[in-house]
Design a protein around this ligand. Structure first.
Ligand code: ZN
Length: 450
């Protein structure tokens, strides 16, 4: 089934993809399974709804939970043996530890210790292997799918990131909002790693290629140890050269084509991730302590994604002025971002990222900071753009600071739309691929040697 085409089968005669994938008995309905979950006591229920069990029928026809370590015993035994072989080959202790503990988890079905070891991984090779994301389980989003990433840490970029990390409090102290809403003491930052992918498999290589992930998903681990964000740099490079660059030559006026830069694209993604941690999160509404997420309800994701983008641009320019980021980026960040807005809108404005960039693009158009040329291409107006960026960053963060649901809805309704001049560009992009399809040549040549 093609994940990029709404799970359409691509082999003749193949039936529709089951919504519960193969996690539940083929002859069961969602309602039956849901009713069974509800009938269970707390301990049994948590086993049945666990990431790491399938649901099967026992000989009497009743449902029961089967641990992955039993359900997938054969393949997991092979994988565990290979992980142990790899662990014996490395001289890096945290890597050996992760591989050993992961092998153990495959056999015991207890992933906790190996998730913690993954958080503590400090090695030149960063593997991520196991059952993680729950999107394949379209019935409940309970069951995790197996996947593997083998990546090499990019030390230069990771180092650049820690330099940005040191600027976060200063950025917070200068956010374009009322000082009363700034956070005088930011908490510690979740670790971020920049890596290059040499191999992916399973869930990680079945649909849209992952460009960044934030794991683990197990709340127990996250609560005690936090989570780790991993940026896949060479995947982003491929998306940049195969998708973003071709888009820019159609969507932007000719003089801007030379200003499209990977460094600007990647640095802005880093800033986007960092800016999620800045600005209002825990707030007071009429003296009542609450959170932005709670107050903004279904508008939260769109407003938060738009905030991270726009304040990422604001923050980059702030760091350019401060001398932390190269002045040359001043010429490239805005045109590169403009081309990237068309890339994101193509994923659909029903989704937070797409709708968030539509809000930004329309704000720029209304402010005259982005203009449409006679031939339908778009241009950045260098004089107006910085002010428009700061203005929207302020507007969105103040919506968050006040927990202003009505205003959030109004922004999304009026600005989170595709206008005709934008649609005309989208219509001209149809021949450009929506995503990349990688070939792992290093892995191929290693496999060919055996
Ligand atoms: Zn984001």
């Amino acid at each position: 089934w093609s994940r990029l085409e709404d799970n359409e089968p691509f082999i003749p005669g193949v039936p529709t993809k089951p919504e519960g994938a193969s996690y539940y008995p083929a002859n069961a309905t969602r309602d039956e399974v849901a009713a069974w979950f509800d009938s269970l006591g707390e301990a049994e229920r948590s086993e049945a709804t666990s990431f790491f069990t399938t649901i099967r029928r026992d000989p009497s026809g009743a449902f029961r939970a089967v641990p992955y370590s039993v359900e997938y015993q054969g393949p997991l035994a092979i994988a565990a043996a290979l992980l142990r072989e790899a662990a014996a080959l490395t001289t890096q202790p945290t890597l050996a530890r992760y591989l050993e503990l992961r092998a153990e988890a495959f056999l015991s079905n207890d992933y906790y210790a190996s998730d913690v070891a993954w958080m503590e991984l400090d090695a030149s090779i960063e593997p991520t292997i196991g059952p993680y994301e729950v999107y394949e389980d379209e019935w409940f989003n309970y069951k995790a799918a197996f996947e593997a990433f083998v990546t090499i840490r990019d030390d230069a970029s990771t180092e650049q990131l820690s330099r940005f990390g040191a600027e976060l409090q200063d950025l917070e102290d200068h956010l374009p909002i009322d000082p009363a809403y700034r956070n005088p003491k930011l908490g510690t930052l979740a670790p971020i790693r920049v890596v290059n992918v040499v191999f992916t498999a399973g869930d990680a290589n079945s649909g849209v290629q992952t460009a960044a992930f934030n794991l683990p998903n197990d709340e127990r681990v996250v609560l005690e140890n936090g989570s780790k964000r991993v940026m896949l740099k060479n995947v982003q490079e491929a998306k940049f050269s195969e998708v973003l660059k071709p888009i820019s030559t159609i969507a932007l006026a000719r003089p801007a084509h030379r200003a499209i830069s990977f460094e600007a694209f990647f640095t802005h993604i880093l800033m986007h991730e960092l800016m999620h941690g800045l600005g209002p999160h825990s707030i007071q509404v009429n003296g009542r302590p609450t959170t932005v997420r709670e107050e903004l309800k279904e508008t939260y994701s769109t407003i938060e994604e738009a905030k991270a983008d726009i304040s990422g641009l604001w923050g980059l320019h702030y760091l350019i002025d401060k001398g932390v980021v190269d002045r040359a980026l001043e010429q490239t960040i805005y045109p590169t971002f403009l081309a990237s807005t068309f890339r994101s809108i193509r994923f659909g404005i029903n989704e937070a990222h797409g709708r968030g960039v539509a809000i930004q693009l329309n704000t720029f158009l209304d402010a005259g900071a982005v203009t449409v040329n006679d031939d339908g291409t778009f241009s950045v107006e260098p004089v107006g753009i910085r002010k428009a960026v700061a203005g929207l960053a302020q507007r969105l963060m103040m919506i968050q600071a006040r927990g202003d649901y009505e205003e959030a809805k109004a922004v999304i309704e009026t600005l989170g739309v595709v206008r005709p001049e934008v649609q005309r560009v989208l219509d001209r992009l149809q021949r450009i691929p929506v995503d990349i399809h990688p070939r792992y040549t290093t892995a191929e040549s290693l496999a060919a040697r055996d």
